[in-house]
Design a protein around this ligand. Structure first.
Ligand code: ACO
Length: 419
């Protein structure tokens, strides 16, 4: 075992280094004028908050693996439900196991009529992420036994429920904004086909999405299913650490995902492309970004200092979608932005590359979805990862309630005088 030789004043200690980390609590051996020595790490950029065996990322090499399987292989060979099973249980489902898993999820797609009422109680123009957050958080009150997180069977049952109901809630949030009747889930349609039918079915007796679009959405769902300790997953784990059920915990995750620096970036990318409006305006826009006028949305990542491997797969999926829907006119602007940014010293020196959100919005728009729905399209598959991380958090004996320290900078011991 290696160790870090540390000395502060008169005190010296050997801090054991395990898996490339030292335990922050070891630093308590050193006293400072403000109490025991702590770490200050805004954004937790260099802090491991848990041990996890779900998702591996090598940000410098641009590698992403779920349970050891490269994302490129999963996108090519797997379905979203197989990938969800893999994330949750650690194994690729086969034979009867797969059939039972798919049946189980399929049979939990319906939502209580009162959950529909919660969605209906919003104004028609409310952001669908608000509806999603409220409806998901409300599910705890429909399944109060989910509060018993010490019981593995109960945990699994509510995991299946939430994974299954998420597309139904998302589709209803969308249809509510259009003033359209809700479409019931259909048993014999696959996870993605059924989701597309619940979103887009109109007067047809049966809605059948183009198989190329089904495959593209399946790929997008796999790519978005998990991404280790990102902002929303950290929100899920934090809420879970206080002893919360999956609905309450994932309700918080949805809130975190909504932010434009996180999942909301796909919506922001489309807005940005519209504002740029023409390929001719791209150089001026890039100059503006370099001079501090906003960020190039869909670029940069806390972990990837190389091309986001998901962005590469999405680019290929976009071509398949455009074959069916026709090319999104904003694509030319996106391609030009990427080309110029990848050659520009500002972006090169900061290792800023396209992330997963740079092209996903273009696909969602080609499917006919408004930008407000893009982050919802992210939340549906990310539920698989949130649930896997929630399970890992609540069953890890090493974990405690998440409660960071602070460095207090305010006033002290003032006398409160009235009048
Ligand atoms: N455009 C222009 N400059 C950028 C961008 C960008 N998109 N991202 C980072 N930078 C610059 C910063 O201004 C900073 O420059 P400086 O050193 O001269 O001050 C440097 O790069 C480092 O940036 P940080 O903000 O410290 O990087 P951080 O790791 O904290 O942020 C983040 C990562 C939030 C993703 C950031 O790159 C960003 O805001 N990107 C745009 C939003 C986006 O696409 N988010 C989606 C991320 S993927 C996801 O969540 C699913």
């Amino acid at each position: 075992m290696t160790s870090l030789d540390a000395r502060l004043g008169d005190v010296s200690a050997e801090l054991p280094v395990t898996d490339g980390t030292i335990r922050a609590t070891e630093l308590k051996q050193f006293a400072t004028d403000r109490g025991p020595l702590m770490t200050y790490d805004p954004g937790f950029a260099n802090t491991a908050a848990c041990r996890s065996s779900i998702t591996f990322i090598d940000g410098d090499a641009g590698i992403l693996e779920y349970r050891g399987y490269p994302i490129e292989q999963l996108a090519k060979e797997s379905t979203f439900l197989e990938t969800a099973y893999l994330l949750l249980g650690g194994q690729v489902p086969v034979g009867d196991e797969l059939t039972a898993w798919v049946d189980d999820v399929n049979h939990h797609r319906l939502i209580h009529e009162n959950v529909k009422d919660i969605i209906k109680s919003f104004r028609y123009d409310a952001h669908p992420m608000s509806k999603l957050m409220a409806a998901v958080a409300s599910l705890m009150s429909f399944y109060p036994e989910s509060r018993d997180i010490s019981n593995a069977d109960i945990r699994f049952q509510n995991t299946v429920r939430l994974l299954a109901k998420m597309p139904t809630i998302a589709a209803y949030a969308y249809r509510h904004s259009l003033g359209r009747e809700y479409v019931q889930p259909v048993d014999d349609l696959g996870f993605v086909e059924n989701f597309l039918a619940m979103m887009f079915k109109q007067q047809q007796r049966q809605f059948a999405a183009d198989p190329r679009l089904v495959k593209a959405v399946e790929v997008l769902f796999i790519l978005h299913a998990d991404h280790e300790q990102n902002c929303s997953t950290t929100a899920v784990r934090t809420v879970a650490s206080a002893g919360n059920d999956p609905y309450t915990s994932i309700g918080a995750g949805i809130g975190a995902l909504f932010g434009p620096a996180h999942g909301g970036a796909n919506e922001a990318v489309l807005k940005m492309l519209r504002e740029i409006n023409s390929v001719d305006n791209v150089p001026e826009f890039i100059e503006g970004v370099k001079n501090g006028k906003g960020r190039l949305m869909g670029f940069g990542h806390r972990v990837y200092k190389n091309y986001d491997p998901r962005a590469r797969v999405i680019k290929a999926a976009a071509d398949d979608v455009f074959e069916v829907t026709g090319v999104n006119p904003l694509l030319r602007i996106a391609v030009e932005l990427e080309k110029i940014a990848l050659e520009d010293e500002y972006f090169i020196s900061r290792k800023l590359y396209p992330n997963v959100d740079f092209y996903s919005g273009l696909i969602y728009e080609a499917l006919g979805l408004p930008p407000e729905m893009f982050t919802v399209m992210f939340a549906v598959p990310r539920t698989a990862g949130w649930l896997a991380q929630w399970e890992e958090q609540v069953s890890d004996p090493d974990q405690r309630i998440i409660r960071p320290q602070q460095i207090y900078t305010g006033a002290r011991a003032l006398d409160y005088i009235v009048g």
